[in-house]
Design a binder for this molecule. Structure first.
Ligand code: FAD
Length: 524
């Protein structure tokens, strides 16, 4: 089958998108300009929200087995304990930050692609593109050859220097912070807690220590000077910084990776132009404080994957595709502000501001922000659209355990289709279910009805989600007859009641009436 979607860039964003598209039966090409796999450690933390999404791809168990679960991060100010962020009570099946070097995460994604019969086409580079009404024409370098091809859609997952973004003439506005960080993966020797993370904050900088698996640690140090591109610090330089921070007894040795990077706060002026989309670093670059870089790319890919899948399969309208840009641009602006604040909090970027406007962690009035830190960095407070209740449309469906041996929330939703979760004390009649089924018609076969109930029996449509002790109903605050419509990317699309199915019908007709017909195969 000829490819309908060209994914440019074989990093974590591009691979996650590819894995999503294959679930919807969409033919794609995934190209990567580098001839070989990456070697740099780069992003370290896979946050609870990403693990929840990757669980839906069946990858979380393998990733968790390879990484280190960090449940506590300690913040110290001039070596005095300031506060401690605990992740263990997060409302997630994965209440921790998984510390796993980016190449290991990428290897798991790539292996899954290969197992499914898909491959990254390496040494293949996008040189340019032009959009037409019904297609996108691209110029590719494949090894030593160049050729032109046409695709229904192109997605630029091609990193911070995105060729796709440049070819569209889009800006990448924002700013670079006037500081760099040096980082290394190495062995440490000290009496401190090896399983936890540490932020050592001083008035003139910060040093972060995060545990990896197998006795290694990631060390990240803010340096005031600008580092030239590709600068690799020496082990001695790292040791000199550690001495400056006077961390008692901390010694480092045997680095397996040394690097440096600037801090950015930038975003593309838009992430959709007709049939071309941007995702991951091509769309946004955040300060690394909070670890949102790779995690946001994964979230972009999940958001876009099902929408492209539905659109190409003739179910999703153009409004659905546009919602990718609306939702993810909104999220980017929120994260740019949040990461800027957390960077200011530990790097004291605003020391020239009046005292009441300073965001510096040691200032007592900034502690509430830190108390929110675990939830914020976990990616679990992300929401799309106007703020409503904590369990309304736009929120990720909160994780809910069930009684022992029964499916939890993650087993009930996702799997590349919508799910309607209906709370019902008694099993609904065939007529009630027929009405619901009719209201869901725009989603065609891409929705499953799950009736959350303690009652036993059988249904005319859908399945019973056993809830003998009302764990799920309580977790999702559902009264009898209320429902949650959950999208394939695990976000709540609508909350409503069986008594008012018109609201559901109207919403679905707008987003899902197939304005777009299945696309002709264009490439070749
Ligand atoms: C030193 C360093 C440390 C970092 N630490 C963290 C961290 O701790 N936590 C965190 O969350 N993030 C961190 N990041 C950021 C994180 O690595 C990125 O956010 C993440 O890699 C983004 O993934 P991506 O797939 O969007 O882009 P990338 O990983 O950049 O992948 C883009 C791919 O596209 C390819 N490409 C580019 N142009 C073309 C073209 N024209 N044709 C074909 N292919 C092309 C590139 O070769 C590349 O492989 C760090 C980054 C660096 C550099």
């Amino acid at each position: 089958m000829n490819a309908q979607v060209l994914i440019v860039g074989g990093g974590p964003t591009g691979m996650t998108l590819a894995l999503q598209l294959q679930r919807f039966g969409i033919a794609f090409r995934l190209i990567e300009k580098r001839p070989k796999e990456p070697s740099g450690s780069k992003a370290l933390s896979v946050n609870p929200a990403s693990l929840t999404l990757l669980n839906d791809l069946g990858l979380a168990t393998e990733l968790v087995a390879k990484g280190h679960k960090t449940e506590v991060i300690n913040l110290l100010y001039h070596n005095q304990p300031l506060t401690r962020a605990r992740f263990s009570r997060l409302p997630s099946k994965y209440p921790y930050f998984l510390m796993l070097p980016q190449p290991d995460t990428e290897a798991v994604l790539e292996q899954r692609l290969n197992d499914l019969g898909h491959y990254i086409e390496r040494d293949c580079e996008l040189l340019g593109l032009q959009t037409h009404d019904e297609q996108v024409e691209v110029e590719l370098r494949e090894g030593n050859q160049t050729r032109r091809q046409r695709y229904a859609y192109v997605v630029g997952c091609d990193g911070g220097l995105s060729k796709v973004r440049n070819a569209l003439g889009l800006g990448f506005t924002g700013y670079d912070y006037n500081m760099h960080f040096i980082l290394a993966d190495l062995c440490i020797h000290w009496d401190g807690e090896h399983q936890q993370g540490f932020y050592f904050i001083r008035d003139d900088g910060f040093l972060i220590l995060l545990p990896l698996k197998n006795g290694y640690h990631r060390i990240v140090i803010k340096v005031a000077e600008q580092c030239p591109p590709g600068y690799k610090p020496s082990l001695q330089e790292i040791r000199d910084y550690i001495a400056r921070y006077e961390i008692p007894g901390l010694q480092v040795s045997d680095p397996i990776w040394l690097s440096s990077a600037p801090f950015y706060n930038r975003s593309a002026s838009t992430i959709r132009q007709e049939r071309v989309f941007l995702a991951g670093d091509a769309a946004h670059m955040f300060s690394p404080i909070g670890g949102f870089g790779m995690n946001s790319g994964i979230a972009d890919a999940f958001n876009l994957g099902w929408k492209l899948g539905y659109a190409i399969n003739g179910i999703g309208s153009d409004a659905l595709l546009q919602s990718y840009a609306i939702e993810r641009e909104q999220n980017t602006h929120t994260l740019l502000a949040k990461t800027d604040k957390s960077t200011s909090l530990i790097a004291r970027l605003d020391r020239h501001l009046p005292a009441d406007e300073q965001h510096y962690l040691p200032l007592l009035r900034n502690r509430p922000f830190i108390r929110q830190f675990p939830l914020e960095t976990a990616g679990l407070t992300l929401r799309y659209g106007a703020p409503k209740g904590s369990l309304d449309s736009g929120c990720m469906l909160p994780y809910a355990c069930n009684s022992a041996g029964l499916p939890d929330s993650l087993q009930a939703v996702g799997q590349a289709h919508h799910t309607l979760l209906l709370a019902s004390h008694v099993l609904p009649s065939a007529t009630v279910l027929q009405n619901l089924h009719d209201a869901l018609a725009p989603l065609q076969a891409n929705v499953q009805i799950q009736v959350i109930s303690a009652a036993e029996g059988s249904l005319a449509f859908g399945q019973i989600l056993p809830d003998p002790h009302h764990c799920l109903r309580k977790a999702w605050q559902l009264e009898d007859g209320e429902y949650l419509l959950v999208r394939p990317d695990l976000f709540i699309e609508q909350r409503g009641h069986l008594d008012d199915l018109d609201a559901l019908r109207q919403h679905l007709t707008y987003h899902y009436v197939p304005e777009l017909q299945p696309h002709a195969r264009l490439a070749g």
